[in-house]
Design a protein. Sequence first.
Length: 738
Amino acid sequence: MVDRQRQAGFAAALICLLMGAYLLTYTGRPGSADGSAIAAVSASLWRTGRPLLNAQSYSDALFPVDSARMGTLGADGALYSKKGLSPSLALLPLIAAGDLLPGVTALTLAALFNAAVTTLTALLLFAFCSRLGFAGWAAFCTALVYGLGTLALPYVHTLFGEPLAALLLLAAVYALDAYRGDMHGRWLAGFSAALGMLIGVNTVYLVTAGLLAAIALLFIVRRQDWPSLAALILPLAAFAGLYGAYNMVRFGSPFTTGYRFEDGEGFTFPFLTGVLGLTVSPYRGVFWYSPVVLLALPGAWLLSQKHGFLVLLIGLLTALQVALFAAWWSWDGGVVWGTRFLVPVLPLLMLLTAPVIRRAGDRRWLAVAVALLAVISFGVALSGALVNEIDYTTYLVRTLWNGDIVNSRAVGLGPVLTDPLLSPIIGHLALLLNGWQLQPVWAQMASSPLLWVAPMLLVAIGGALILLSSSRRRLLLLTCIVTVAASLIVATAAAHSPGSQAVAELETALVPRASVYAATTLFDDGLLDLSIRAPLTVVNAPTGSQDRDARPLWDWQRRQDAPYWLINWFPPADPANWQEREAFASDAFVRETGASGHRALLFYPAVENVDPRPSGVYFSGPVLDEIATATQDDGLYVALTWRLDEPRSLVHSWFVHVLDANGAIISQQDRQPQGGYRPISDWQRDEQVVDRLFFPDVPGAAALRIGWVTEDGEPGLVAAPDGVGFENPYLFIPLTDF
């Protein structure tokens, strides 16, 4: 067994080396629709207390098949994610820190999530190896090779849930094996909690959790350890209740998860093809993408001599993982690097390699072989971390499948499954050799040296720690502090990218704070960085008024009976901008501002049950039939009902001034009717058109001044209902009249 001081030294070195390497591959963004969905739910939970996915509607609309969509409309008409709740819950601290800390954003911190999770997994793997009796250096090397020489490395720059599943599954096996050894109930409590969280990553892990829980129950029954039964049942029951309530809130049923089985999701892929694809296929096989895992085969035999139960359990869980996803319609995990769905069992497979790594310390030829395999594995993993997998996948789609990726799935992906020369591994190598643009932030923002200086310094510290023969445990705490500091430095530098700055500019403009409905994809998932504590909805534009994605969420937004910002890139009164047209037709306009090449318009919900006052005042064509006002806690609501009295109008647009007791203007609006969507030239005679306005924060408001002007800015004639003209070219109305 490793002494505690040396163990702390190895742990500190692991943290520095892994996090340093992970910061060098850091991209600053979720990197996938799945990751953006996880971040969107987490951000919505933190900012609104509701698990909404409205912020990702725009990306759902881009999928070629509905089965690939992340969201499903819930019982209330909002969009909710089919992804599990656990990753979003675990991500909450980073989202909150991104909103609260200066200089960083929610997304730049969220992009560190899987780096931290994978480092924790490596630390737990190191502890597991140590508990099994392996020498400290062997446990350290096993954990280091896992973190840098397997699919763990390229998945740290994503926000997929699989790295968290890997940590939870390893924790569950560790706790179960520990309980089997000393029969202490505290291990079962941790075991049960890990399984509960694992189910929250993906509902399919109900099968895995059921198997492991049954084994734990068997231990309890055989040894009649009845006091530990509660430790097994209660955490699982608590998580089951949480997920049932989560589904009830979203879909009105505890058993509805949001997966789109009616649209083609399901276990429809040929099972045997999926098994081969996940294991030995050059397209996605785990032995191609993590060759070092081959050491698990002889390692299993070596480890079984002392820990036969553990080897059997790992083999069973690995086979179950393959079986669970081999027939899944998207068995390959989508546009990803390697075998995404086998990432959760990689720490367990690496545990089996520990005996081989240990024996390599005594046999030079074996040490050379293991080192060579580890280097090859690191190279494959690094190529996946440096180059965006979308680039080579786009090439495959265009050349092999004539641009039809949907049909490629139907025919089993064709020759790419078996031809090594078509493997993404070869493709990424070719891209690297040809100087392809790398995806880490340091390559995208070469002018920010902190993006690579801080990680390199962290790696150097890790290397120095390896050379220490012993280490005080307080150094472990210091290492964690230094690692957090380096991570914040990198996240802060990434927050100064042009995309982040555009979102920051927009957030500064959105005052007062209100919910946001953005009809634009020009920010991609960057709007998740808006730290506004209100719902965020992002849809594609342009769309039709009956668009199946935008229409339900637009209706949902306006049912919230709360102020909202409508963000779009359309010019004023554009006929294609149906959301703005409908907003002006039924809600009260507050103000417009511009930021980041977009227009942001603030609307206030119409105030119901307000008694209008008849007017009949004439303005050179239009007549003000009625006027209604309502004083709210946060401002003044005004509704003007116009009617065209003559076939031809001489005026063009109106103005409304809010005056104080001295006649000074304290707020105003002026525009064409309904924001220009109903110009007076289009009115029919005697047709009524309503303009609704809201003036926020107008204490001391005493009167309204209303008038019309021509296109040249000249005031129109104003006359009373009896035809007598006014002395001034406007209507003056004291608010005391209402």
